[in-house]
Structures are given as C-alpha cells and as structure tokens.
Design a protein around this ligand. Structure first.
Ligand SMILES: Nc1ncnc2c1ncn2[C@@H]1O[C@H](COP(=O)(O)OP(=O)(O)OP(=O)(O)O)[C@@H](O)[C@H]1O
Ligand SMILES: [Mg+2]
Length: 281
C-alpha cells in the first residue's frame, strides 16, 4: 500500500460533458491495474453511484460532509477488488444550503478524506455541473483537476471561469492544486468542428491535453443502466479501450511527476496551472 495518495477532482461546471463517465471508468481502469482507488460521488444526481448499481444508499457522502459518519463508514465495496465507492443521493442538495453558513464550509471534504488518504493511491471525485460549494469542497480537497471537455462549439466557454475559480482556490484555500490534464470526450473524428475545437484546445493547453481521446461510443452510454463500468460491461468496446489507454497515460504522468519531485526538481516549471497565461475566450 502506498502512502502517497493523489486526489483528483473531475470537474467542469458545464453539464453533460462526460465528467461522470470519465470518473466512473477511469476509477475502474485504475482499480484494474491494481491501484487502490476510491471514487467519491459528490453530485446530488448520484450518477456515479448508479453507474455502480448503487441507488438510495442508506449512508452517503452527505453524512461525511456534515460529520455524522466517517468516509470509511459511508464507503461501499464494488465488484472490482481495488475499488471502493462513496455514494451520493438527493440529500446532498441539502448540503449545498446547510454548508453555506457552516464553519470551514469549503474544507469539509478535505477533512473527511483525511483519514482514508493512507488507504488509497487514488481518490477520484465526481463533481456536479456547477461551481457551488460542493465543487469548491472538491477543489479544496484535491491535489489536481481532471477536466473533461467535449469538442463542440462552446467547449471553451466556461473554461476560463473554471480556471479563474481554480486560481482563487489556489490563492486562498489550497496552494497545492494543479491542473492534472484535460480529457477530450465524445470525440467524433468525422466531424470537422470536433477536429477544429481539438486543434484550438491543444494550441491553448499544449501537453496538458491528453493524447488519448474518448470517442463517442454507444456502449459507454449503455453501461450505467446495467450498473457497470465499461470494463465489466464490454471490455472490447472502443470506449473501454480508450479509457484504458487514458488511464495508462494519466498513471504514467503521475509516476513521472513523482520521480521528478523525488529527485528534487521543481514540481512545475511553468505557471501554477501549468498552462500559458493566455486564457481562452
Ligand atoms: N464517450 C461517450 N460516448 C457516448 N456517450 C457518452 C460518452 N460520454 C458520455 N456519454 C453520455 O453523455 C451523457 C452525459 O455524460 P456524463 O453524465 O458523463 O456527463 P457529466 O458531465 O457527468 O454530466 P452532468 O454535468 O449532468 O453531471 C450521458 O448520457 C453519458 O452516457
Ligand atoms: Mg455527472
């Protein structure tokens, strides 16, 4: 068991861009490569939970955020030996309101996961489509962000605001927060616009954009209704292969960053978020 745990927030305030699909399937791929992984559903919609066949959980992330239970108490095991899940349910809507006036309201998740950091190598947090208090909790608890981006006309809209919010969190709450990488989702290579948007995103964010792209693949959209990640639903599908490749790329980069840091090199040679100062418009 590694004592070095990396907390990754899967975030984009734009709805329906593939956050949950990426969180659910990357978590499965990490677990399949025997990395002890915890997937935290931080969205009242509970999509990451139902993608693992969990609905109406008796205890959930809400209980951990308000301090009623520990994360360990609210986590459940999955069909994958190396993967546990902290489910969410509609109660979490209440947390949005209750936490507004609570002490240390942005640090609830950070505090809650503190005592499980030793037990996992990777913790993935699936965020809701907003920059509200739940996402702020994820950004405060995280070491880095994974941003899924759908290659469509308005893809870059909102990204500037997300990066500004991230800079505020870095300045005020969590100086270690980095951009882990940008995931291109629902890619359709036959579509000109999709290719143009990809070129634009790669121009702005350079090596922060993963080489592996997630294609539009119907098997990925079917898997959640069977309560399974794509690896268990159809391991030979294009979607499964894409997420396996992406997971490898992410793990490879984390591994390289770890060995550079251990060798005493600076953690980031460029700007804090590792991207050019020029922001997309
Ligand atoms: N690569 C893909 N191919 C086909 N369908 C996909 C793909 N990725 C996601 N989808 C489908 O697109 C829809 C939105 O995806 P998903 O729920 O992952 O987005 P999200 O960003 O988590 O949404 P929300 O903002 O509501 O939380 C879902 O129906 C999902 O099954
Ligand atoms: Mg979602």
């Amino acid at each position: 068991m590694s004592s070095r745990c990396r907390v990754l927030a899967v975030v984009n305030q734009k709805g329906g861009v593939g956050k949950t699909t990426s969180a659910v399937n990357l978590a499965a791929c990490f677990a399949a490569s025997e990395r002890r992984t915890l997937l935290i559903d931080l969205d009242p919609q509970g999509n990451a939970s139902s993608a693992y066949g969990v609905s109406n959980p008796p205890q959930q992330i809400y209980d951990a955020l308000i301090g009623r239970h520990s994360v360990k108490e609210v986590s459940v095991s999955t069909d994958l030996e190396f993967l546990d899940l902290v489910p969410a349910g509609p109660d979490l809507v209440g947390a949005e309101i209750e936490l507004v006036s609570a002490l240390n309201r942005e640090r609830r998740l950070e505090q809650a996961i503190d005592d499980v950091r030793e037990s996992y190598e990777l913790i993935l947090v699936d965020c809701p489509p907003s920059l509200g208090i739940l996402t702020l909790n994820a950004l405060t608890a995280a070491d880095a962000l994974l941003i899924p981006l759908q290659c469509e006309y308005y893809a870059l809209e909102g990204l500037a605001r997300l990066l500004e919010t991230t800079e505020l969190v870095r300045a005020q709450l969590n100086p270690r927060l980095e951009l882990e990488g940008i995931i291109l989702t629902m890619v359709d290579l036959r579509n000109n616009l999709s290719r143009q948007v990809e070129t634009e995103v790669r121009r702005h964010f350079a090596e922060k954009v993963y080489r592996s792209r997630i294609p539009r693949n119907v098997r990925l959209s079917e898997a959640p209704s069977h309560g399974m990640p794509i690896l268990l639903y159809d391991v030979h599908s294009r979607g499964a292969l894409a997420y396996l490749e992406l997971a490898d790329e992410i793990l490879g980069r984390i591994g390289r960053a770890d060995s550079t840091t251990e060798a005493g090199a600076p953690e980031s040679a460029s700007t804090p978020m590792g991207v050019s100062d020029e922001r997309p418009t």
